[in-house]
Design a protein around this ligand. Structure first.
Ligand code: NAD
Length: 351
């Protein structure tokens, strides 16, 4: 089993270092090699995704990714910007399924902007299609219309195979959870999403053990803040998923706790925390490494088939929270505030 570790910029190297320690401590003999990506790669090789980094990823079973970006790169020409490193990896490996869990740990329920009785115990998985929809559909642009006025336009489109594969990902993921999938669309208005609903319903015939429901996106946005615990797995297209997954992450109130996965049809995936490179705290040793450690758990589960070790890591994170360990971003009176490395130590001890 081989993992390509791409620490990236800002707090990326600090947080991935802790996840690497945790993976090593599992004693599974996993081989890990590092390569630069983002601004760090631009500095070293003049390219946010050098050929050697892609080659390392191709020789690996999965990518553990830190984060990319920083103010010093904001004025570079677009193809040289750090985020291109990530976007090109997604495209190169056809990482079409974006998995974003939103979990509210009992000890952190107070950090949510919603009342803790609404979010306590929330364990939701949003599966967003990542490579199609209105974000990639052609034609698109700004043109002069028949009335001589300028107009902007984009094209929403989904092929049947694109919908089938993301629906299968969702039903399979639900099998390891509460066996409930809610497909979110706007079938009352958009032809593309009526088609989405029809195809998801058809794929469901092969997953009789899973309960499938459908919901319009406006209602889903409302239900996520009204009663988020009604959901187990939500599957949706690229644009609706972009918005709903950010909304869901805020239910938890702690950006430093949330992992994500982007996977392809072969199970190869890129695993990263949902937060960015946090330049404001980079190098201060205070970043929360738990989102990256939980991303490593997702990597073990989805790309390496190591369900039991994945659960061990997740249980260790629950334990350190229960024992009162907190990094600065989630600290509260009466807790043991620790730095990035000491949080890694605490997870290792809990393992
Ligand atoms: P951010 O997520 O980096 O930071 C937002 C706030 O959350 C900051 O105050 C930061 O200190 C805090 N924060 C984030 N992660 C934390 C952690 N693990 N522990 C403690 N606090 C944490 O978002 P931003 O400030 O909007 O963006 C900073 C840079 O990151 C930009 O260059 C942006 O383009 C990039 N970015 C990269 C990714 C990615 O690599 N996937 C995603 C989002 C943003």
């Amino acid at each position: 089993m081989k993992i390509a570790v791409l620490p990236g910029d800002g707090i990326g190297p600090e947080i991935t270092a802790q996840a690497v320690r945790v993976i090593n401590a599992l004693g599974l003999g996993i081989e890990m090699s590092q390569a630069p990506v983002g601004g760090a790669a631009y500095d070293q090789a003049g390219d946010p995704l050098p050929a050697a980094t892609i080659e390392l990823c191709e020789r690996s079973d999965a990518i553990l990714f830190g984060s990319v970006g920083g103010p010093q790169y904001d004025t570079l020409p677009r193809p040289m910007r750090p985020e291109q490193g990530l976007l090109r990896l997604r495209k190169h490996f056809d990482l079409y399924a974006n998995l974003r869990p939103a979990i509210v740990y009992p000890e952190l329920a107070h950090a949510s902007s919603l009342k803790s009785e609404i979010v306590a115990g929330l364990d939701l998985l949003i599966i967003r299609e990542l490579t199609s929809d209105i974000y990639f559909g052609q034609p698109r642009g700004v043109r002069i219309n028949e009335s001589g006025e300028r107009e902007g336009f984009d094209t929403m489109r989904y092929t049947e195979s694109e919908i089938r594969r993301i629906a299968i990902t969702a039903f399979q993921a639900a099998r390891g959870r509460s066996r409930k999938v809610c497909s979110v669309d706007k079938a009352n208005v958009l032809e593309t999403t009526q088609f989405w609903r029809d195809v998801v319903t058809d794929v469901h015939k092969d997953f009789a053990d899973i309960e499938l429901s459908h919901m319009y996106v406006d209602n889903a946005a409302m239900q996520l803040v009204r009663n988020p615990r009604q959901f187990d797995v939500i599957v949706t297209g690229n644009m609706f998923g972009d918005i709903l997954s950010d909304e869901a992450s805020m239910l938890t109130g702690s950006i430093g706790m949330l992992p994500s996965a982007s996977i392809n049809a072969k199970g190869f995936g890129l695993y990263e925390p949902i937060h960015g490179s946090a330049p404001d705290i980079a190098g201060k040793r205070i970043a929360n490494p738990l989102a990256t450690i939980l991303s490593a758990a997702m990597l073990l589960r989805h790309s390496l088939g190591q369900e039991a070790p994945a659960r061990r890591v997740e249980a260790a994170v629950r334990k350190v929270l229960a024992h009162g360990f907190r990094t600065a971003d989630i600290t509260e009176p009466g807790c043991k505030q620790v730095d990035t490395v000491a949080m890694g130590d605490a997870v290792l001890a809990a393992l």
